[in-house]
Design a protein around this ligand. Sequence first.
Ligand SMILES: Cc1cc2nc3c(=O)[nH]c(=O)nc-3n(C[C@H](O)[C@H](O)[C@H](O)COP(=O)(O)OP(=O)(O)OC[C@H]3O[C@@H](n4cnc5c(N)ncnc54)[C@H](O)[C@@H]3O)c2cc1C
Length: 459
Amino acid sequence: MSATAENTFDIVILGGGSGGYACALRAAELGLSVALVEKGKLGGTCLHMGCIPTKALLHAAEIADTAREGQKFGVKTTFESVDMSGVNAYKDGVVARLYKGLQGLVKSKSIEYVEGEGRVVAKNVVEVAGRQLVGKNLVLATGSYAKSLPGLDITGRIMTSDQALFLDFVPSRVVVLGGGVIGVEFASVFKSFGSEVTIIEALPRLVAAEDEAISKQLERSFRKRKISFKTNVKFSGVTQSGDVVSVALESGETIEADLLLVAVGRGPVTAGLGYEEAGVTLDRGYVLANERCQTSVEGIYAVGDIVPGLQLAHRGFAQGIFVAEHIAGLNPPVIDEMGIPRVTYCDPEIASIGYTEAQAKEKFGEIETYNGSLGSNGKSQILATAGFVKLVRQKDGPVVGVHMIGARMGEQVGEAQLIYNWEALPSDVAQLIHAHPTQNEALGEAHLALAGKPLHAHA
Ligand SMILES: Cc1cc2nc3c(=O)[nH]c(=O)nc-3n(C[C@H](O)[C@H](O)[C@H](O)COP(=O)(O)OP(=O)(O)OC[C@H]3O[C@@H](n4cnc5c(N)ncnc54)[C@H](O)[C@@H]3O)c2cc1C
């Protein structure tokens, strides 16, 4: 295949979401020539259908709760109602501003941005609308889609997060199918907006990927918020009649609602894109890649949600940057998947890093744990939130897991990830001074306790 200079690049990236655009920006910074192919909107799922719009909804939800709870703090407020057109205008405004900024950023770099649906047609060629882009390296970054279950069609009042982000009404009763991250975040929003919510989860606990203590605390908090949930129960079918959906469970129970939100996970967008024909090994649709994001074909890399592992935007960013630096010959350190922070933004928030207690036992054998309640943390009491900071350490060794829950605790994940990634001992952290009164102190005090010198902790 003859390649013209204007169609030949150091890197051709397929997909302009978190993984793809981060790779493009870093590669351009390093002086590599880059083509970035995007069929939808630059920014992908995170910016348009994921992280950003959902967190805007969660913020609006927090404001609704604050209005309801003013009296608790001696402030006379009343909650009137949620105006979805106002909520959507606020959310869409946030997305639009960030989108504009990102478009400007990509434009300002020497990145060839190619609009259209691309397909890999040879080991080093992506075809878009008849144009062949030849890359010394290809980066696959086509992301993920909302999955459903066999026989469960997404239509009408049965929706995934894709549709639920654009609701123009507050449903009075919602069933959320799936108690993972997306499920509990939407459940939290709906409840704050005034819906009656029931979560259906097939596994024994909500947020089953988290430490068991976190699931227990979340379940306690959700019970207090009157968010219903059923664990260990499987969905068996659904019917829709007018505006009512009837959700049947294998237990024989049927629940009626105005909306069924299907949040059963996300699958990789890889079908029909020429990956396998180019020789790339897939496993159940996911692209297999090693710790350097290299696929089975030399010169083809994969980043983001199409690679098995945590489906998180910042993992995509990190992988995209890694690949650009690797191609530029900078020999970047490989990414430790356990060192990627995880935040679930429901109320109460969950933040964690590293190994759960069960995983750590299996991996390291002897471990120690400490669970410090937010009950003795001044700022958490001011905010009237319950929760804890749980630490897991290797016996006499570094901290290998930090698990936190409570209002706003997501903001504490920054220090937690330094502690894990720098392999800090509890005594290393214990000598660092944490500002008072902050929730950050709870993290500091947990380390003081684990280092054998507790301050406000009860024995
Ligand atoms: C409701 C929801 C909430 C979320 N909240 C968070 C959160 O709070 N924090 C967090 O870290 N993560 C969150 N995520 C996950 C996060 O959005 C993803 O991990 C991230 O977007 C993955 O980035 P990616 O680059 O792999 O894929 P995507 O962002 O999905 O981007 C892939 C891009 O490729 C394009 N594309 C696909 N096929 C082609 C083709 N053939 N040709 C051209 N372009 C193509 C798509 O249009 C898309 O723009 C959330 C996701 C959802 C759905």
